[in-house]
Design a protein around this ligand. Structure first.
Ligand SMILES: [Zn+2]
Ligand SMILES: [Zn+2]
Length: 314
């Protein structure tokens, strides 16, 4: 068995863009919206809270119950959730995340909002007030919702709550060997308010999560420098180039990339591998399998996300 500290494991829980697809034609790749489980250095990091989060929550609850007969003797569930943005497909699973409703859980949620906004208020308005039977303030878990920006990093260290540091503070940024470090930047290549791209670093390996962004033909220079040399790049691949450029229904400006843009980003970033992610909800298994045939010769360079796909990069 792998020691938790030797683990940097990514598991895809929801790979669909825009809205969930509950239809048997979508079962191979999966119909749940964006959510990725990352077990890294003994910490649980969750990228986005789309409907894929629900199965993860149910699994965490089941494992939690098995740790003891009574609630207070059970091992608390701890998680760090990173939200790319607050479009519905990235937060829909949040209220149905079972650990949120257990008093001993410690859930830290991070995301970037715009000037004069804060993430907790945004989530309260979108997911709770009038939309859910309880209010955000009545969530049982110890929930900490925190705004972050490009100048900060999050350090996950055992025995401590997540530490948010100014990235220019070199002394404080000095990592301990087992630290997991998370950095981010806000890209405005997604309407209306942009999207946060995250990088998770651990023991010299790195994962970059770049969903819901239009990387343009010719590459996104900011992404290229942020993600340079990463081991795994999870990149928006909502459309085929043909659909993106379709004169009858053009997709330019929608804030999503094509499979080719994702590959181009990989080249610019010198990422070891790219994973196509956030498929258009009209792309059923047959269509995705046909696209996969076109990219079949990429072998180790690129892969298609599907629910249940696991990758260990350590
Ligand atoms: Zn999305
Ligand atoms: Zn979006």
């Amino acid at each position: 068995m792998t020691e938790a500290k030797d683990e940097f494991k990514i598991k895809f829980r929801g790979v669909r863009g825009s809205y969930p697809c509950a239809d048997k034609r979508f079962m191979q790749y999966g119909g749940n919206t964006s959510c990725i489980e990352v077990n890294v250095g003994g910490h649980l990091v969750i990228l986005d809270a789309g409907t894929g989060l629900i199965s993860l929550g149910n699994e965490l609850l089941k494992n939690h119950i098995m740790t003891g007969s009574y609630m207070l003797e059970r091992t608390p569930i701890e998680a760090t959730m990173l939200l790319s943005h607050i479009h519905q497909d990235h937060i829909l699973g949040f209220t149905f995340f079972a650990p949120n409703h257990i008093a001993t859980s410690r859930i830290n949620v991070f995301g970037a909002t715009n000037y004069n906004e804060n993430l907790a208020d945004e989530l309260a308005q979108l997911l709770f007030t009038k939309s859910f039977p309880i209010d955000l303030g009545d969530i049982a878990a110890n929930l900490n919702i925190c705004d972050i920006n490009d100048t900060e990093c999050i350090i996950l260290r055992h025995g401590s709550e997540p530490i948010v540091k100014n990235i220019t503070d070199k002394d404080e940024f000095a990592m301990k060997e087992d630290d997991v470090v998370i950095t981010s930047y806000k890209s405005y290549a997604h309407p209306q308010e942009g999207v946060t791209v995250y990088k998770i670093l651990y023991k010299g390996k790195s994962l970059v999560y770049a969903t819901d962004k239009e990387s343009y033909f010719g590459g996104d220079k900011k992404l290229a420098s942020f993600a340079r040399g990463c081991d795994l790049l999870i990149h928006d691949a909502q459309y085929t180039t043909e659909d993106y450029l379709n004169p009858h229904s053009p997709k330019q400006g929608f804030g999503h990339s094509t499979f080719d843009m994702a590959l181009e980003s990989q080249d610019y970033c010198h990422a070891k591998k790219v994973i196509f992610f956030h498929y258009d909800p009209s792309y059923d298994d047959e269509k995705l399998n046909n696209i996969a045939k076109l990219y079949g010769d990429l072998a180790d360079k690129a892969d298609f996300a599907y629910e249940g796909l696991e990758i260990n990069i350590l």
